[in-house]
Design a protein around this ligand. Sequence first.
Ligand SMILES: *Cc1c(COP(=O)(O)O)cnc(C)c1O
Length: 392
Amino acid sequence: MPPASHSRIYLDHAATTPLHPQVRDAMLPFLGDEGFGNPSSLHYWGRQARKALEQARETVAACLGAKPVEMIFTSGATEADNLAVFGVVQALSHKGKHIVTTRIEHAAVANACKALEAQGWDITWLPVDAEGFVLLDDVKAAIRPETALVSIIHGNNEIGTIQPVEAIGAYLREQGVLFHMDAVQTVGKLPIDLSALPVDYLSLSAHKLYGPKGVGALYIRDGAPTPQPMMLGGGQEGDLRSGTENLAGIVGLAKALELATADMAEESVRLRALQDWLIAVVLEAVPGAVLNGPRNVRQRVPGNVHFSFPPGEGEALVLHLDLKGIAVSSGSACHSAVIEPSRIVKALGKPDEVAKATVRFSLGRSTTQANLQRVVEVLPDIVKRFQKAATK
Ligand SMILES: *Cc1c(COP(=O)(O)O)cnc(C)c1O
């Protein structure tokens, strides 16, 4: 890290996280002369690489209560989500052309479903309640004999809501309907035991848990229909994802998940205390602040805090905080000078003014109480400026 970064505060861990030093150390041999082999080669270098690849698969599987054969490495969660959605429904198209998903999916699932919708698939976009929860009764009402797949995000990447996936999964299992879960924001933060959780497919990504970018995995339950592959070639990853494996990345993913799993209990308690403090203090210190997602931090992804500060505009608020050395993000995006409201906050039933004023603070390993105190020092004045401008 350059010295200048010491005065900067990074509160955007839901976008990406820095590489854990121990993850980098674990990866280095595979970027050097010893570990560069191709896991498909028969010679010494190939065998060494194959061993590391399968060890990483065992580690990732063990951290999630899965079997090694159930883990397919991909280039990240976007690919895992696409493989789950496109691959499963293509493999299941004889059953019917109906998919159930939610209005608050990550773009990797939402846009895959939209593409299928354009091709004539019938998509049910489930609503959520005011805190962002999908209701089991809505899931029940949406299921039809021709439903090929249900895809629901576990912990929302914007508002942090954790879905009741145990109950939803149990119902779907009973009905014989396949269930995919995007767990990018919860893997490594919440205990996930796939030997007990009724989920058929699960996506995860390394760079959201202090691992490298460009690597992730799709869990495919043993016995669940095999998705149709999107990458055709040499037949790597059980024919499901051709292409020479990103071995350094995969080793990094395994190390990152192992480290996250080791101190998950402690770190989630620490993050939730910080999160709870920030929510309470912002609600008090910033007039007009609107909390998005559950007030109970036990129902939020550890570290996620999401507010709207109307009449501020998300991107402008982000830039003002950046001027103060605080890195956050906004789900609302500026397209051709018009602020687009966050579709996630709109799904909560909130007006455009609130959905345009979004700021996500995502806390992580480096976050301290002093960091958050600094946020609370500068935030009220920034918001006040927008409020003054609006009343002129
Ligand atoms: C970041 C993210 C993704 C995409 O993961 P990549 O590895 O960056 O492709 C998918 N879903 C959620 C919920 C995410 O937060």
